[in-house]
Design a protein around this ligand. Structure first.
Ligand code: PLP
Length: 411
């Protein structure tokens, strides 16, 4: 019988025997690894002898973290990188290129939209935006040059939830991989492989690091896609079979762009992973309580949380995720000034940009993450000037509720 998620998170992952029997892989804060002779170094470089040669490509502490994630996600292969944005950019650079397109939604994390529009589009990548809740629109947007479908399992901060298995099916019918940014749910709450996604991406800066200790990103090849069908990876698939995607990242895109995870951050994130399930359970329970409280408050015009029965995404979220709906919710006040005033009155909840931290955090997306877009564009991206984003931490819920209650008392 397979051990439970938390048992695997705590005990799993030791990739190599530790010389002193340490229960935790130490931080190998070194750049290079020596071989005993020139031939061994050659073989290690060619990948014909299992060995670490240079930390930008592999490192024992990073490898242990990757193994832990692989064990927990059930993925085929895992690559850890320097941030969530590095996970997204590395993946798209490997799959697509000039003259090709990807199909996605405008309801995405703000920096992801910026990556697509401001950084990748000038290199010749066409980005086709659709309403991902409308599968016909997804189908129509695809053509022979579509290299990936991209979505977030719960979008940040619009909190949209789409039918991932249907989207994956549409892609599979045309040999196009579905890439899911599963940052808000993690493999603990949502199995993207079961939904048919080819690749899962995570910002491990969030729930995994826990306590916001370090930036990190993860790329998981779920092992559900035959890479012979991906034009940019067909060559690699002939040489490395099912490992083609991660192998080609290590031998080209990732190696060449250099967004590697620092060994010390891998150590912090392995540690975070051990307690992740406990923190997620608490954060989801707190988010549900906060959503219910805010929904009943006379000064709050609307609350968006997929866990609320009146959310348009509730049924889909329940079907895909079960009874936990993540730690992020948004709510609307009368206007932007009211949002700012509320933020300024809070004494426990922190005014900061991050999510899924141990601490409860609040932010006005329109004046921060999305500030570079004019209001009309923000609207198309699902951002309202009246909207606040709350990321539920793991504090005692009564203390968070008291802080909100006091801040909401005066208009
Ligand atoms: N994807 C999502 C859904 C996010 O919310 C974020 C950051 O908030 C990222 C990616 C980027 O992660 P990072 O800050 O680790 O680069």
């Amino acid at each position: 019988m397979m051990q439970g998620f938390t048992t695997r998170a705590i005990h799993g992952g030791l990739a190599e025997a530790e010389a002193h029997g340490a229960l935790r892989v130490p931080v190998y804060d070194t750049v290079a690894f020596e071989q005993s002779d020139a031939r061994s170094l050659q073989l290690a470089f060619e990948g014909r002898k299992p060995a670490h040669v240079y930390t930008r490509i592999t490192n024992p502490t990073v490898r242990e973290f990757e193994q832990k994630v692989r064990l927990l996600s059930g993925g085929l292969a895992v690559l850890a990188v320097s941030s969530g944005m590095a996970a997204i950019s590395t993946t798209l650079l490997a799959l697509a290129g000039a003259g090709t397109n990807i199909v996605t939604s405008r309801h995405l994390f703000g920096n992801t939209v910026s990556l697509l529009e401001k950084t990748l589009a000038p290199w010749g990548l066409e980005v086709r935006y659709v309403d991902m809740t409308d599968t016909a629109e997804v189908q129509q947007a695809m053509d022979g040059n579509t290299r990936a479908l991209f979505l977030e399992s719960i979008t940040n901060p619009q909190l949209e939830v789409v039918d991932c298995a249907r989207i994956a099916g549409i892609g599979a019918a045309r040999n196009v991989p579905l890439v899911i940014d599963n940052t808000l749910m993690t493999p603990y709450l949502f199995d993207t492989a079961r939904a048919g996604a080819a690749i899962e991406l995570l910002s491990s800066t969030k729930y995994i690091s826990g306590g916001a200790t370090s930036l990190g990103g993860i790329i998981i090849d779920n092992g559900t896609f035959d890479w012979h069908h991906a034009p940019r990876l067909a060559d690699s698939a002939r040489k490395t079979g099912p490992m083609a995607f991660i192998a080609s990242l290590r031998q080209a895109v990732h190696r060449d762009t250099g967004a590697c995870l620092a060994p010390h951050n891998a150590y912090l994130q392995s540690l975070g992973l051990e307690t992740m399930s406990l923190r997620i359970n608490r954060s989801c329970a707190n988010a549900m309580r906060l959503a219910r409280y805010l929904a009943g408050h006379p000064r709050v015009l609307a609350v968006h949380y997929p866990g609320l029965p009146d959310s348009p995404f509730h049924a889909m979220a329940r079907r895909q995720f079960g009874d936990r709906f993540g730690g992020i919710l948004t709510f609307d006040l009368a206007d932007r000034q009211s949002c700012f005033r509320l933020m300024d009155r809070l004494r426990l909840i922190r005014r900061a940009t991050n999510i899924n931290d141990n601490k409860t955090l609040i932010l006005h997306p329109g004046s921060t993450i999305f500030a570079e877009y004019p209001e009309r564009e923000q609207e198309a991206m699902g951002i309202r000037p009246t909207m606040l984003r709350l990321s539920a931490g793991i504090e005692d819920i009564d203390d968070i509720l008291t802080d909100l209650e006091e801040a909401l008392q005066t208009p």
